[in-house]
Design a binder for this molecule. Structure first.
Ligand code: GDP
Length: 361
């Protein structure tokens, strides 16, 4: 947080941004809730940080939850940032510099239901954007004869199952692996995968009982550390780059932006350029807002003002003239650059988004 050690212009490693995709009712929301809930019950205060539109799970919490699966000494990425709004619609409109905003994705598939239309759509989007992903084979607890092992790693849970339940689950999992193979993805149970760039890891989980959640977090963390470290190196002190999740009216603030920042820093008072319905909007940040911890729904003050936010993070931006801003549009801090240059960058990025959305039909 200090500017004093700017002698070395060393990059900072940011949190990887994780998105959750999958067919309706396959358990995306439950899975996110479980990750948040288990993190909180596992650790003390600070186990997670609720951002606007996202949840940050720090490395310490990941390793507490994952137990022997994650040794914090093996990692230097600071944790994981989950985008709270699941679904492939939000995923496909959320871009950064032409790529996907999310660095990594969890494709949730109901283990009994297998591939469904929105699973196919999600797979197409992941393929097109080249986003690395893992498959959460969810609802393992619905396997006939299942003996639930609350919050345990999946191997441990499997040891507690009857051979009948185990082979039932295996059957469903192999079917899923076959379905992935039909779409050109080689996959396997995650503990057998050596190279996650060649093979998709399948993690059996239950968003209901929490079984396999430690594994899911461990795999996400391991994958990010192993294959994405270079991409996570950012100049956190540089001008902020973000993507609009949502444009929202807030009492007392007017139109505000919920943004995921994926590079640099944004400060109150910064001049920013935002993609708008007609033309880029140039405005000045009036306030940066974060959810107030434990805020009661009915209390007036739902947000805390913060002076600055560094990537990766979710944040609400209050500023004049945001009415025409669009979800999915880029947000850029001008910093010491020429404002016209930044306007051109935003225009170019918007043009790119429009082309790809049209292609999706
Ligand atoms: P989404 O539409 O993908 O976000 O799915 P939801 O998270 O809303 O889940 C759909 C339904 O499946 C809800 O009734 C959940 O309670 C249920 N569900 C989700 N995950 C599990 C699970 O692991 N086991 C069981 N038994 N039910 C689950």
């Amino acid at each position: 947080m200090s500017d004093t050690d700017s002698t070395s212009q060393s990059d900072t490693l940011r949190t990887p941004i994780v998105a959750v995709l999958g067919h309706v009712d396959h358990g995306k929301t439950s899975l996110l809730d479980k990750v948040r809930g288990s993190a909180v019950s596992e650790g003390e205060a600070g186990a997670i940080t609720q951002h606007i539109g996202a949840t940050a799970v720090p490395l310490d919490t990941v390793s507490q939850m994952a137990g022997s699966l994650v040794n914090p000494d093996d990692f230097d990425l600071p944790g994981l940032l989950f985008i709270d709004t699941p679904g492939h619609h939000s995923f496909s409109t959320l871009r950064s510099r032409g790529g996907a905003l999310a660095d990594i994705a969890i494709l949730v598939v109901d283990v009994n239901d297998g591939f469904q239309p929105q699973t196919e759509e999600a797979i197409d989007i992941l393929k097109r954007t080249g986003t690395p992903f893992i498959v959460a084979a969810n609802k393992v607890d619905t396997t006939p004869g299942w003996n639930p092992q609350k919050g345990e790693p999946i191997q441990k849970s499997l040891e507690a199952q009857s051979s009948r339940a185990k082979s039932k689950l295996d059957e469903s999992l192999y079917e899923l692996i076959g379905q992935l193979s039909d779409r050109g993805f080689s996959s396997d149970f995650y503990w057998r995968v050596q190279n996650f760039q060649k093979n998709i890891g399948v993690v059996p989980v239950s968003a209901m009982t929490g079984e396999g959640i430690p594994d899911l977090l461990g795999v996400l963390m391991g994958l990010s550390q192993r294959y994405m470290k270079d991409e996570m190196a950012i100049d956190v002190a540089g001008p902020g780059y973000g993507t609009v999740l949502e444009v929202k009216e807030e009492r007392g603030f007017g139109a505000t932006l919920d943004v995921v920042l994926y590079d640099g820093t944004i400060r109150a008072g910064d001049t920013i350029v935002v993609g708008g319905a007609n033309e880029p909007i140039v405005t000045e940040v009036r306030a940066l807002l974060q959810p107030r911890p434990n805020a009661e729904i009915r209390t007036e003050k739902r947000f805390d003002k913060v002076e600055e936010v560094g990537a990766a993070a979710g944040v609400k931006i209050a500023a004049p003239d945001l009415e025409d801003a669009m979800a999915g549009a880029p947000v850029r801090v001008v910093g010491d650059r020429d404002v016209d240059e930044v306007i051109h960058e935003v225009e170019a990025e918007l043009a790119d988004i429009e082309v790809t959305t049209e292609e999706e039909g």
